[in-house]
Design a protein around this ligand. Structure first.
Ligand code: ZN
Ligand code: ZN
Length: 428
């Protein structure tokens, strides 16, 4: 295979990761995403000499480091003052025999985002210095895989929900780490939206030669080809690993739908203890009061806090069950005729994939409240087994959404769309 690492501006064929249509792509204006003409999935953004993305990533890392050094939220109750740090949110869970939840919290808000930001800085340093720094290809492979598991923004929103929950119980102070962590969550979000793995691999290794039979405006599968879901390289069906990025290739996996069903069933099984058992237990002046998810929602309604009751109900009940139903329906729809057209099914899939991580709000609220309320016999909150089960519901539904192959939706559309060019969309 001839390799063209120096010329990344040529026209090349790019298969759509979500619908499998192959498009002829010629990099257009900087900042504009090329959209798939069939399903409107953002295919790529032309590679550019980008110094802003690593600068944002580095600033986010500095803000994260500051957030870990200083207290996050402080409060005062009955003359007793207390402050929690970000790491307390995980440590207190571990103290109360929930090490698994502690690992999930620390991984999703600190370890995985930090690994992502360091990788972005290292890869851009390699590109800017034109030196092949060690590990840059491995890190480029890791980036898209860990991206869905970064939840600093969800934690920042969970902190706001916790504040509304406890503002009537104690005098609250937002401390310096609250602002640095919010800045870090925002910069992380901007860094992620600026990253595009197809362009990144073009910059790192250029484009490999396309298979001779490859044509635009046909699906890859119709041409006995397969697109790498990580770097977009088009190659012959039958290879196990991508010839460019060495990521595992998969045409439609024969057991793909069974895996989605298995993960959905596991999520349903976890949802039973998640709603039956308390997510936290409050002990105040010798009185112990367990609180389930639904009891928490009802308490907010009784206090007249409708907006917060609605947020908790949506994140903890509507979204997880809606997601399970939507994914189950998509699995059935990919096998038989349904009244929804392909584009509506794709919208449903994209909403399901995007919204899932927001259910972690409830897990983070428990982590924050447990970390704050450790005041001995006056007021102590401990995590309940329902919280761990709910964490399982969120993780298994997210895994099910990632396991579902959206190309299955389009495989049932026999007739080909008329030939079109990829469209341009303004910067996101
Ligand atoms: Zn597409
Ligand atoms: Zn690849």
């Amino acid at each position: 295979m001839a390799q063209d690492a120096n010329n990344t501006s040529q026209t090349f064929l790019l298969p759509c990761h979500e619908c499998d249509l192959v498009s002829a792509v010629s990099p257009g204006k900087d900042g504009l995403w090329l959209l798939c003409p069939r399903c409107q999935h953002p295919l790529m953004r032309p590679a550019r000499n980008d110094q802003l993305t690593p600068a944002l990533a580095f600033t986010a890392l500095v803000l994260l480091a500051l957030s870990l050094l200083f207290p996050y939220i402080g409060f005062e109750k009955n003359g007793i003052e207390r402050a929690m740090t970000i790491s307390d949110a995980a440590m207190e869970l571990a103290v109360y025999h929930h090490p698994l939840m502690a690992v999930v919290v620390i991984a999703t808000i600190i370890v995985i985002p930090a690994a992502y930001l360091i990788s972005v800085c290292w890869i851009h340093l390699s590109l800017a210095s034109a030196k092949p720094l060690p590990g840059r290809l491995l890190l480029a492979r890791v980036l898209p895989r860990i991206q869905p598991w970064m939840m600093a923004d969800v934690f920042a929103i969970a902190a706001l929900v916790s504040l509304i929950k406890i503002v009537a119980m104690a005098h609250i102070h937002l401390m310096s780490a609250f602002w640095t962590f919010s800045g870090y969550a925002l910069l992380l979000l901007i860094t992620v939206t600026r990253m595009n793995t197809v362009s990144l691999w073009s910059q790192l290794l250029g484009h490999l030669e396309q298979p001779a039979q490859a044509r635009a405006n046909l699906t890859a599968r119709e041409q006995d080809l397969m697109g790498c879901q990580w770097c977009g390289q088009l190659q012959a069906i039958g290879r196990h690993r991508c010839q460019r990025c060495h990521g595992v290739l998969h045409d439609r996996h024969p057991l793909g739908l069974q895996r989605v069903w298995a993960l959905l069933v596991t999520a349903i099984l976890c949802s039973v203890p998640a709603h039956l058992f308390p997510i936290m237990v409050t002990t105040s002046l010798g009185k112990t009061e367990p609180s389930t998810i639904i009891a928490g929602v009802l308490l907010f309604i009784r206090h007249g806090d409708w907006p917060i009751a609605l947020i908790i109900f949506t994140a903890s009940v509507l979204v997880p069950f809606g997601k399970i139903l939507a994914l189950g329906w998509l699995c059935i729809a990919s096998r038989r005729h349904t009244p929804l057209d392909m584009n509506s099914q794709m919208q449903l899939y994209r909403i399901t994939e995007w919204i899932g991580r927001w259910s972690m709000i409830d897990v983070f609220v428990v982590a924050i409240i447990v970390a704050l309320f450790q005041m001995g016999s006056i007021l102590t909150v401990t995590p309940g087994v329902g919280g761990l089960a709910f964490c399982g519901v969120v993780i298994f539904t997210m895994l099910a959404a990632h396991q579902f192959d959206p190309r299955l939706i389009w495989d049932r559309q026999r007739q080909l769309i008329p030939p079109t060019e990829p469209t341009l969309e303004p910067e996101r």
